[in-house]
Design a protein around this ligand. Structure first.
Ligand SMILES: [Ca+2]
Ligand SMILES: [Ca+2]
Length: 402
């Protein structure tokens, strides 16, 4: 054991403790020191090894700490960048980004911005509203995103309401859609165009993200107007909120069967004394815009939130489905006076917005029921878009198509 001792000491001890030319004396000298120790030499080696380990550990710890600090700095920088990009994000999305929440407080909520265009053709008395794109929209859904679409109408006439397509999971949708309104110049000068950005939800009410109101009274119509504007909080000046209806659609192409389930409606307008209504739902099918088939639900007495869950099946051959319109209207039953219309929607391949989306979802999911909520419109609004002709004469139809 002792024989091995001269070779094991580290070269460091040799060079520091001895002059360069006395290397031969080294083994003797070290042996002497080792012999003089009050404990066996392996204890010294153990102590030296332990000391080395401690030094190594300290160095490692220092490096780690430095790295962590660097990473934290980087992360902080990244967070700051993200915040800049998320100027319009919801408070919920920003919870946890310490200190910055106050800026997004109650008063100055950033809702995003919208790029739109306006053009008036005096000769045709046509106002064309272009919904180009939106940016920095407020996130309305869990996961920090929204499913935006835009409703466009003219106040106060509100004869026609257009909707863009729904863009799923985005806060920067590009719409590029044009909508044309027939407006006399005199009416135009007393009107404003309203553009409301909504968040689509399949099973809950659609939330308003924000809106733009552009006063048309003092416009220079010699050129096309195109600009970005920040969305503001929607004014609650809407003359009527007609409520919503939830329906499910199912189409079986092979059997040529269309099943419509009227599930429920909510927040309907009150039509009777006492602030209630007696709602029932009419389901009408039109072929080539001619009235074709009609069914209705039972009457639910004294309620503005009726639950129907009634199913109706229509025979619609596959070669007819593209030419069909499904008109859903909610009525208030009155025992004495005429029944009143409470709201209406139509679906079909030339419907717009949510109604078109539902129809398309039904066609692309054959045999599967697809449910969705729809906001009810006035009968006038629907009739302005969909003009149905008199009831289809059935024998003629058969002869025409066979
Ligand atoms: Ca949504
Ligand atoms: Ca009634």
């Amino acid at each position: 054991m002792k024989n091995s001792t001269p070779t094991t000491p580290s070269p460091l001890t040799i060079s520091t403790q001895l002059p360069p030319n006395s290397t031969t004396a080294a083994p003797g000298f070290i042996d002497q020191i080792l012999n003089d120790l009050p404990f066996p030499p392996w204890v010294l080696y153990a102590i030296l090894a332990a000391g080395g380990l401690v030094v190594l550990l300290i160095i490692c710890l220092c490096i780690c700490c430095h790295c962590k600090r660097k990473k934290a700095k980087k992360r902080k920088k990244k967070d700051q960048l993200d915040l800049k990009g998320l100027k319009g994000a919801s408070g919920a999305a920003l919870v946890g980004s310490s200190g910055d929440d106050a800026r997004y407080g109650s008063t100055q909520k950033m809702r995003g911005k919208l790029l739109y265009s306006l053009e008036y053709n005096a000769a045709k008395t046509e106002l064309t509203v272009g919904i180009k794109q939106a940016a920095e929209l407020l996130a309305m859904d869990l996961g920090g995103t929204s499913d935006p679409y835009v409703k466009v109408y003219i106040c106060p006439s509100k004869t026609k309401t257009f909707e863009t397509k729904v863009h799923r999971n985005t806060l920067t949708p590009v719409f590029n859609e044009l909508f044309t309104f027939q407006v006399m110049k005199s009416v135009l000068e007393a009107s404003e165009v309203v553009m409301q950005v909504f968040d689509f939800n399949r099973f809950t009410k659609h939330d308003v993200i924000g809106e733009l109101r552009v006063d048309l009274s003092s416009m220079d119509w010699n050129h096309v107007i195109e600009e970005w504007q920040a969305l503001s909080k929607p004014l609650k000046c809407e003359p009527e909120d007609l409520g919503e209806i939830c329906i499910s659609l199912r189409y079986v192409p092979a059997g040529g069967r269309l099943t419509v389930v009227i599930l429920e409606a909510k927040n309907l307008k009150s039509m009777d004394h006492g602030g209630t209504s007696d709602p029932y739902v009419k389901i009408q099918l039109a072929l080539d815009k001619r009235k074709w088939k009609k069914k209705k639900t039972s009457i639910k007495k004294k309620t503005l939130n009726p639950y129907f869950n009634e199913s109706f099946t229509f025979d619609v051959p596959f070669d007819h489905i593209q030419r069909v319109h499904l008109v859903i209207s909610v009525w208030d039953h009155d025992a004495v006076t005429r029944n009143d219309a409470m709201g209406k929607i139509f679906l079909g391949s030339d419907a717009t917005g949510n109604q078109l989306l539902h129809w398309a979802d039904m066609l692309s999911n054959p045999r599967r029921p697809v449910g969705q909520w729809h906001t009810l419109l006035t009968a006038e609004q629907v009739n302005a878009t969909l003009v149905l002709k008199k009831k289809l004469a059935l024998p003629k139809m058969i002869s025409r198509h066979h």
